[in-house]
Design a protein around this ligand. Structure first.
Ligand SMILES: [Zn+2]
Ligand SMILES: [Zn+2]
Length: 349
């Protein structure tokens, strides 16, 4: 089968290769992949800035149809079942984290698409416990964005416990920022302020409004501090959702959140160390909520919400490309104006 492979360590070293299909073990299923989304992480794997174990098939945001099941998976899965699935391959199932529903941060996890053969491939063979059944009325393009939608469900609903009526600042208007906007809106936020930069003005700010933002702020042109002060009678926002991973946005967010406010951290900052005025956290009595990846519970939340949010989620799919055009997709992601790009693995159309 054709697959997009990181074939050697170092920068680049990514290309389409012909590799054997792996038969499912007893507790595994084989999926014919429909779509697999390009994630910021994939760019970091390309650049060798994210841990990876080549040779490895990339891709972790997948949906598709079960075509084979190992004997132990037969009770749950049958050929023809439409599924999405988690990326927590390698999670041990035995540690305290796994046993309390947190395989996404198990020490033994070897994530799909970086340390375990992933889904930029025609077929994907994974442990059956990772799969979630796709409701019948969810179209493939919406299914293809379930993984980032589950992450934001985890961050805002499960970890962030955003209260109804909150005023929320969301820093960053890419996939995480826009999907956080959907969740803030679902959870009953009053004002949702999405802050971004000049390159967000053409595509992402209009999308932010469509996702439920009440205000968008181009921080290169406008004074975020003054706007937040005006909208919150000088108090600051109840919750700040940091999706940008940018030092300047982090400083501005700490400034914008109110005393006793909640800080929900989603954006990874890369290899850089970000200077933070630490005492601000103490003086303001802030609650800091770190978030990473998506536990199984958040997939259930995301799938339950997808029917309601189909129209919004579809708008976040900027384009769908065949696997052969992966370099174009990666380049569009690097430009930083689009939102989600899905790669079509279904070579027969
Ligand atoms: Zn991802
Ligand atoms: Zn574990």
């Amino acid at each position: 089968m054709k697959a997009l492979v990181k074939y050697a360590p170092g920068k680049g070293n990514v290309g389409i290769r012909d590799i054997p299909v792996r038969e499912p073990a007893a507790d595994e299923i084989m999926i014919k992949v429909k779509y697999c989304g390009i994630c910021g992480t994939d760019l970091h794997i390309w650049a060798d800035e994210f841990p990876n174990s080549p040779p490895v098939v990339m891709g972790h945001e997948y949906c598709g149809t079960v075509i084979k099941t190992g004997p132990a998976a037969k009770a749950t899965w049958s050929a023809g079942d439409r599924v999405v699935g988690e990326l927590h391959t390698g999670a041990c199932g035995a540690c305290e984290l796994c046993r309390t529903g947190k395989p996404h941060i198990c020490d033994h996890k070897l994530a799909l698409g970086s340390k375990f053969n992933g889904a930029f491939a025609e077929y994907l063979t994974i442990p059956a416990w990772l799969a979630h059944r796709l409701p019948e009325d969810i179209p493939w393009d919406v299914a293809g964005v379930t993984e980032p939608f589950a992450i934001t469900a985890h961050c805002l609903a499960e970890r962030g416990r955003l209260a109804p009526g909150s005023n929320v600042l969301i820093s960053g208007a890419a996939t995480m920022g826009l999907m956080s906007t959907i969740w803030a809106s679902r959870l009953g936020a009053r004002q949702i302020i999405v802050a971004g930069t000049q390159r967000d003005t053409d595509q992402r700010f209009p999308l932010a409004r469509a996702m439920g933002a009440t205000h968008v702020v181009n921080v290169e042109q406008e004074d975020l501090r003054a706007i937040v002060a005006e909208l919150t009678d000088g108090r600051g926002v109840d919750a700040w959702v940091e999706c940008s991973g940018a030092g300047a946005a982090i400083a501005a967010g700490l400034d914008a959140v109110k005393k006793t406010g909640r800080v929900i951290l989603i954006g990874l900052v890369g290899p850089a160390t970000i200077p933070v005025v630490w005492n601000t956290i103490l003086y303001k009595e802030l609650d800091l909520v770190g978030c990473f990846s998506s536990p199984p519970s958040s997939w259930e939340l995301a799938l339950a919400a997808e029917k309601d949010e189909t129209v919004k989620l579809r708008r976040l799919v900027s384009t769908i490309l065949p696997l052969t055009e992966w370099t174009k997709g990666f380049e569009m992601m690097r430009q930083g104006e689009v939102v989600k790009i899905l790669m079509d693995m279904d070579t027969e159309g």
